[in-house]
Ligand binder design. Structure first.
Ligand SMILES: [Zn+2]
Ligand SMILES: [Zn+2]
Ligand SMILES: [Zn+2]
Length: 270
């Protein structure tokens, strides 16, 4: 008899901030300004190299893609992604949906539904208007995408997905997602107390940690990310969306035992 799987498999497709690591500035300046030499180390250790943030969640043969990063094509090739059953997009910054044109290949056999806030859907339609307008010539054809607002907890491809409103600068409609008992919160500065409650009792928290130094207005930095994680007290926590100020080996030694910096290609079961 077929045994239904309770555990989620999470593939960290990308773990970097919007510039990726190395940022092109470090390449242009021969790594002279790189704060911890992480970018030079990335030449020999691919775990220091970060593509733009996205995770793939799998359970019972179903696959949910959280964000379609600007590096989606490379990530899909690296992991041999053959099927995607649904897509959720956290917010309307291009590093989180810039790979959408390459998702078209996954829409020919059956339509693919993309879930996001109404504000994010409007942003996506604005940036990639040609993908939704049959009156415009779209190289390769109009993808079979269904764009659907995610307002409340929904069953999506066999996962229970709860949208978590978060504050990320002045951009409207930014969300984190609770996917069964794992949460994906890629870009965030603040979560209102009533929404923090939606993140209690997690098996796994995947959380924004931009950099070590304080002073960023739209992203949590290291000490803020650690404080929020401790407050939410999941069983495990993986940090994502990091820039080159985070050395996952050296800085990782300072974290609590149940916390880790993720890296591209990391696969876990929770
Ligand atoms: Zn981002
Ligand atoms: Zn650097
Ligand atoms: Zn963002």
């Amino acid at each position: 008899m077929f045994k239904r799987e309770r555990l989620l498999e999470i593939i960290f497709l990308g773990t970097g901030t919007s510039h990726g690591v190395p940022p092109l500035d470090c390449v242009i300046n021969d790594y002279a300004l790189c704060p911890k030499d992480v970018c030079r180390k990335s030449l020999n250790d691919p775990r220091h190299r970060r593509t733009r943030t996205s995770i793939l969640v799998k359970k019972n043969g179903k696959t949910l893609l959280a964000d379609v990063s600007s590096d989606f094509r490379e990530q899909a090739l690296r992991h041999g992604i053959k099927e995607i059953d649904a897509v959720i997009i956290s917010h309307g910054h291009i590093d989180h949906f810039g790979g959408l044109p390459d998702i078209r290949s996954y829409t020919w056999r059956k339509p693919l539904t993309v879930y996001a806030s109404s504000e994010t859907l409007a942003n996506v339609r604005c940036v990639f208007s040609y993908m939704f307008d049959s009156g415009v010539e779209c190289g390769g054809g109009i993808p079979h995408l269904r764009m659907k607002e995610l307002k409340d907890t929904s069953e999506i491809a066999g996962f229970t997905v709860k949208p978590i409103p978060v504050t990320h600068g002045k951009l409207k409609g930014c969300l984190g997602f609770r996917i069964d008992d794992t949460a994906y919160v890629p870009d965030v500065k603040h979560i209102d107390p009533e929404n923090e409650k939606l993140l209690e009792g997690l098996d796994c928290l995947v959380l924004n940690c931009l950099r070590e130094n304080p002073g960023h207005s739209t992203h949590l930095f290291l000490s803020e990310s650690v404080s929020l994680a401790r407050r939410l007290a999941p069983k495990r926590c993986y940090f994502i969306h990091m820039n080159h100020e985070i050395d996952y080996i050296a800085d990782g030694k300072e974290l609590d035992s149940w916390m880790e910096f993720s890296y591209d290609g990391l696969i876990i079961k929770v």
